[in-house]
Write a protein that binds this ligand. Structure first.
Ligand code: PGA
Length: 259
């Protein structure tokens, strides 16, 4: 059973989808259905939608997030967005090191580490993504990859500095493919990640660290995933773009984890 200190987090990742009118409509539907879900809820929207969605979510229990950040605080960095700009626009969460950023835009573990430092400095809650590719899994490299990404991304902090950090295990082969990791595969990776967290920052830190799963999570798969002891929530792409599926995920049903 999940340690009671870890409140589940269900975060939507809208990626590069929806215009402003659609964003407002979806955010309202999520806000209005949040109700008494035992989870913390966040939606990570495109930069251009941050301020309008912030208005919709004002006073509600749904938190706003962004999908990336740049590590410098200001300056001549055309096209980039700083941590304080994100906080200023109403965001309290930010995704860092998503596999699409790593694969398509060259984010390295070093970049992840710098972005993490910037996010924490602005009091944003970072969601740091790690995960292996299909090739890596098939060649038994999963644990090596996870160990490297954890050590590289999270290095150099004091445990207390990372209190708000969330790790997302997102196997690349499961993202946007419709192939969800089985609850057992996810649990195995999450348990390993928690052990890495303990190696880096001690057992107490590891016990409190939220590790959420991402990769084709749906309304149908969420209950099984969330029944695993080391799964503390979900990072949801495709299924976060429709209110009924996301709202069902938010209200996942696992007797031992429901309030
Ligand atoms: P997916 O995306 O749920 O569409 O697989 C998850 C993610 O990329 O965070």
């Amino acid at each position: 059973m999940t340690d009671s200190i870890r409140i589940p987090l269900i975060a939507g990742n809208w990626k590069m989808h929806l215009n402003l009118a659609q964003s407002v409509e979806l955010a309202k539907a999520i806000r209005d259905a949040a109700g008494d879900s035992p989870s913390e809820i966040a939606i990570c929207v495109p930069f251009t939608a941050l301020t309008v969605v912030a208005e919709v979510l004002k006073g509600s229990r749904v938190r706003l997030g962004a999908q990336d950040i740049f590590w410098e605080s200001q300056g001549a960095f055309t096209g980039e967005i700083s941590a304080s700009q994100l906080a200023d626009s109403g965001a309290s969460y930010v995704i860092i090191g998503h596999s699409e950023r790593r694969r398509l835009f060259g984010d390295t573990d070093e970049a992840v580490n710098k972005k993490l430092r910037a996010a924490l400095g602005a009091k944003l809650n970072p969601i740091v993504c790690v995960g292996e590719t299909l090739d890596e899994r098939q060649s038994n490299q999963t644990f090596r990859v996870l160990e490297t990404q954890m050590a590289g991304g999270l290095k150099g902090f004091a445990p207390a500095d990372l209190a708000s950090a969330v790790v997302a295990y997102e196997p690349v082969w499961a993202i946007g493919t419709g192939v969800t990791a089985t609850p057992e595969q996810a649990q195995e990776a999450h348990r390993f990640l928690r052990r890495q967290a303990a190696k880096l920052y001690g057992e107490g830190f590891a016990a409190g660290l939220r590790i959420i799963y991402g990769g084709s999570v749906t309304a149908d798969s969420v209950d099984g995933l969330m029944s695993q002891p080391d799964l503390d929530g979900a990072l949801v792409g495709g299924a976060s773009l429709k209110a009924p599926s996301f709202n069902r995920i938010v209200h996942f049903q696992v007797p031992s984890k429901a309030v």
